[in-house]
Design a binder for this molecule. Structure first.
Ligand code: SF4
Length: 486
């Protein structure tokens, strides 16, 4: 039997819905999901520390780049941003599904193309619900002013996507792109933001991954996490190739760059074939594996699951950890003896670094090809996107984006029910019929652009391209949610 979902099964796959009242907490429901899919183990943080790894909140579909492995739909660039009221309703929904402390990726498209006042309100609303907000951006329009405004309302992280798939003008290698990365790091200087970098790994940059890891290690006093995604065959992007690139070869490349073998199996969130995570401590420029003692890490993760770490308040997080260790003598003993052993082993480097210790995490995410979705992984998914109908595995969403994007949103305005049409941005009195968009020279991206002669390398054609997107599936017209505007 094929491990992959058939085209019909992908079509039938529905966003999650909340049972009326099963009396279960979000954490319990997630734990049961992990158990059902054979992913429940000591290393599992889903259902133990978190009800969901993270949820993508797509606040625009527009982007100012055209990545060769882009996951967006071909219709994306022609769609108007969903109304702020609908974004706010989705934030409420995320809270209902997964509770406080949920990590929300404010993403798109590129979220910085959305009205900046609205973006600030979106981050503020996430924080007011006690959830964590990360801005996922290519950085082009993430100015110091915008980052300052967002951090003032509580933005926790900024994740910059920079790599060769973006085909930025004037940068021929990942090494040259380090200039862009350094500029972005400088923009965040002094702001209470964690800095993350996303890199899509593909044949065009695979050989450079070890050097890129070295770069991130050198910046480990400022960069908290370097995330690597294996390029997948999904979305509007023009490139499809993986060749020998898979999580194992990417991990090998990271280890090569880190100069040590990091343990990517000690902790994870979700399915083992989707995610791999390692944590390094940097002393005197050298990386040391924080998770080297597998069994100890598992025991700590299992027993400390209820400790709440506050990302923006280091002192409180340290105090919470101290409290945990003092109330668990076995772990206190294990922890202090390991710290003493490490200090003994590493004292020359500790002396040379004058006690300055950096830390950096590495994450490898293995998105699936749209035609090869493994049912078990979709069920165990730790990375949801919040659609108008509920949260859905990002891989499933990527395989049928237009089904969700080409939907009207019902908005209640002054006691009147209106329908937002994403194709024209209008609020209409009646539910629109099947929504279609027509691509133009300006809005055709990725494969649509390439197929009409608007490729990156070809000279522009003289007349606009007319491409009509597939119509949405009828069924969700009835499922359209209602949002109110004050
Ligand atoms: S988005 Fe895809 S690859 Fe990522 S956790 Fe979900 S199912 Fe796995």
């Amino acid at each position: 039997m094929s491990p992959y979902l058939s085209a019909q099964e992908i079509k039938d796959w529905q966003p999650e819905s909340l049972p009326d009242d099963d009396g279960k907490s979000p954490m319990q429901r997630t734990r049961e999901r992990m158990q059902r899919t054979g992913q429940w183990a000591d290393w599992q943080m889903m259902g133990r520390r978190m009800a969901m790894g993270c949820v993508a909140l797509e606040v625009t579909q527009r982007c100012n780049l055209d990545c060769s492995y882009c996951y967006l739909s071909e219709s994306s660039e022609a769609l108007k941003d969903i109304p702020l009221a609908e974004v706010m309703r989705r934030i409420e929904q995320i809270y209902r599904f997964y509770g406080p402390d949920t990590d929300i990726q404010v993403t798109g498209g590129d979220p910085t193309l959305r009205d900046h006042d609205e973006l600030v309100e979106i981050v503020r609303a996430i924080k007011q619900k006690g959830m964590n907000a990360s801005l996922f951006t290519n950085g082009i329009k993430a100015s110091r002013t915008l980052l300052t405004r967002l951090s003032e309302v509580g933005l926790d992280d900024v994740a910059f996507h920079v790599d060769l798939t973006q085909q930025r003008q004037g940068y021929a290698s990942e090494a040259e792109l380090n200039r862009v990365r350094l500029d972005y790091i400088a923009r965040c200087h002094g702001l209470p933001l964690s800095i993350l970098f996303n890199t899509t790994v593909f044949p065009g940059n695979f050989a450079e991954i070890p050097d890129l890891v070295c770069f991130f290690v050198q910046q480990s006093d400022q960069v908290r996490l370097a995330s690597f995604q294996v390029g997948a065959d999904t979305g509007r992007g023009t490139d499809r190739e993986r060749i020998t690139i898979n999580p194992e070869t990417v991990i090998d490349a990271i280890n090569q760059g880190a100069g040590t073998t990091l343990n990517f199996n000690a902790a994870s969130a979700g399915h083992a074939r989707c995610n791999a995570y390692a944590y390094g401590v940097v002393i005197n420029g050298k990386v040391h594996d924080f998770f080297y003692d597998h069994d100890f890490v598992h025991a700590m993760l299992r027993d400390s699951a209820n400790i709440r770490f506050e990302r923006r308040n280091k002192q409180r997080s340290v105090a919470a950890m101290r409290g945990f260790l003092l109330s668990h003598p076995r772990h206190l003993l294990g922890f202090t003896s390991r710290v003493a052993q490490a200090a003994w082993r590493l004292w020359p480097d500790l002396l040379a670094s004058r006690g300055k210790i950096g830390k950096i995490s590495f994450f490898v995410h293995n998105f699936m090809d749209a035609t090869e979705l493994e049912c078990e992984r979709c069920e165990a998914c730790s990375f949801m996107v919040m659609t108008g109908q509920g949260p859905l595995s990002m891989c499933v969403h990527n395989a049928k984006r237009d089904h969700y994007l080409l939907q009207p949103s019902a908005i209640k305005q002054q006691n009147k029910l209106l329908f937002f049409n994403p194709a024209n941005g209008q609020l209409e009195d009646r539910m629109p019929g099947p929504i279609q968009v027509e691509l133009s020279r300006k809005t055709a991206r990725g494969r649509a652009k390439a197929s009409t002669g608007y490729s990156h390398t070809s000279s522009p054609a003289t007349s606009p391209a007319h491409i009509t997107t597939p119509t949405p599936l009828e069924s969700t017209h009835e499922e359209t949610a209602v949002v109110s505007v004050a």
